[in-house]
Design a binder for this molecule. Structure first.
Ligand code: NAD
Length: 456
């Protein structure tokens, strides 16, 4: 058994340490993985209806603790209380959704002469889930719910900065009756615990959400054992506003599409493309919407945005604003905590650093475009392809542009891209594979084909 050190947990709204959590070393990580490996045969053998019932019970226990989980996230991640309640509810909903899966995980019967050919969706074994700090609860649930439903056991590593809700979800799973070691939370460093998930041969799949840079390293490491991966990586999504759109509605909703969760959202529409004929008008509509965006103590019911996650991250975000062409900015509290105001920057070309790179903060870059072809060209001029929006009243254009923008999730005349029953994931360097919806479940299985000869 390995040794365990501790990590401080900080409230980003005040900068104060309020608790500590264990940080596991490689030996303790191996021990958790090996417990998960031992728990696998019994878990996969649980009858489909019983596994479904356990997951529904887990969802119900999460529901009973919604407020506690939400308050924990406000303290640990600085999320607004409104968002945090939605996030805890999302874990419940994703569990409920995949609780419908065990009895429906059907294979196929394929016509073959001389016998019976059938396919099975076999669970993989131990699945390692690696979670970032920006949405600790939903991203954990998007991995563990389908993985467990498909009959795998799970080891989950939360981000160093935001481990508390994951640790609590691990306790709630036991309270709901999930067997010991089927779902374990393994807190610690990415370079220690996360790395061991990649190198330990008993872990058969990595479901990773985080930066593109770390994701590439995980994919390269996984190649060594042909380990399965789902990767949900960075984004730099475009919000395209055509001249024929409902400009008032598009301007009113643009701030939340990028400043929600203080811009620490892989789906943030951080590149705003506006048709040049309405560019000035649109910016004049956008300015009051940005300036009235409420940045305040995240536990206030009126808060639309809280602080950034850490002092270091605030410095990184500020480095994109310094020396750039500021259009206008909103307000943020002064004093303790890692606050940053909603900020709108004018881009002069697609080469501008704030236009190209994922800032992961409340910074929106704006650029005009000429026509439909230009809009698509500019939107696709990025290595990322996660999300995006477009605003137009022309149905034909909405369809043409939706098909042309290289991105995994797109919304027309709205900004919604994540629903637990529809697929979510990135094209290009934003990721590999899909989470949520009907697609995720099968990615936690391998297809087995069995032929039974009829005999004479
Ligand atoms: P990160 O890549 O630094 O860390 C993510 C997780 O990986 C953490 O738990 C970390 O401890 C772990 N990790 C770090 N190094 C590792 C290693 N060598 N081996 C294994 N694990 C390791 O990302 P972050 O800063 O926590 O999160 C922000 C990033 O996540 C942004 O780029 C954002 O776009 C992305 N993100 C993507 C999605 C999506 O669905 N596509 C969703 C949320 C966040």
């Amino acid at each position: 058994m390995g040794s365990v050190t501790t990590t401080d947990v900080i409230n980003p709204a005040t900068g104060a340490v309020f608790t500590t959590v264990p940080s596991l070393d490689p030996a303790a990580t191996d021990a958790a993985i090996e417990r998960a490996q031992r728990a696998f045969p019994a878990w996969r053998a649980v009858a489909p209806g019983d596994r479904a019932r356990l997951l529904r019970r887990f969802a119900a226990v999460v529901d009973q603790h919604l407020e506690e989980l939400a308050e924990l996230e406000v303290r640990n991640a600085g999320h607004t209380i409104g968002n945090a309640r939605w996030e805890a509810g999302n874990v419940r909903d994703v569990l409920d959704y995949y609780a419908g899966a065990p009895e429906r995980l059907s294979g196929r019967q394929i016509p073959v002469a001389g016998g019976l050919d059938v396919t099975f969706h076999e669970p993989l074994g131990v699945v390692g889930i690696i979670v970032p700090w920006n949405f600790p609860m939903p991203i954990a649930g998007w991995g563990f719910a389908p993985a467990l439903a498909a009959g795998n056991t799970v080891v989950l590593k939360p981000a160093e900065l935001t481990p508390l809700t994951a640790i609590r979800l691990g306790e709630l799973a036991l309270e709901a009756g999930l067997p010991e070691d089927v779902f374990q939370i393994v807190p610690g460093k990415g370079s220690v615990v996360g790395r061991r998930f990649v190198t330990h041969p008993a872990v058969r799949k990595i479901c990773f959400t985080g930066s593109t840079e770390v994701g590439k390293g995980i994919m390269a490491g996984a190649a060594d054992q042909v380990k399965r991966v789902t990767l949900e990586l960075g984004g730099k999504s475009a919000n395209i506003v055509f001249a024929d759109a409902d400009l008032e509605k598009a301007a009113a909703s643009a701030p939340s599409s990028v400043f929600d969760n203080a811009g620490q959202d892989c789906c943030a529409r951080s590149r705003l493309l506006v048709q040049e004929s309405v560019y000035d008008k649109f910016l004049s509509l956008l300015e009051p919407a940005v300036k009235s965006f409420r940045v305040e103590e995240p536990s206030n019911a009126t808060a639309e945005m809280g602080p950034l996650i850490s002092a270091g991250h605030r410095e990184t975000v500020a480095s994109y604003v310094e020396g750039s062409d500021l259009a206008f900015a909103g307000a943020a509290p002064q004093g303790d905590g890692w606050w940053f105001p909603p900020t709108v920057l004018l881009a002069h070309s697609t080469a501008d650093r704030h236009w190209r790179e994922e800032v992961f903060g409340p910074v929106l870059s704006v650029l005009p475009f000429k026509d439909e072809d230009d809009a698509v060209r500019l939107a696709n001029d990025t290595e990322y392809g996660l999300s995006g929006s477009l605003w137009t009243r022309d149905l034909g254009r909405a369809l043409r542009v939706s098909r042309s923008v290289e991105t995994g999730a797109l919304s027309v005349n709205s900004h919604s891209s994540v629903r637990y029953w529809t697929p979510f994931g990135g094209m290009k360097q934003s990721g590999l594979g899909r989470e949520l919806g009907p697609d995720a479940l099968l990615s936690f299985t391998d297809v087995k084909n069995v032929f039974l000869a009829m005999g004479d």
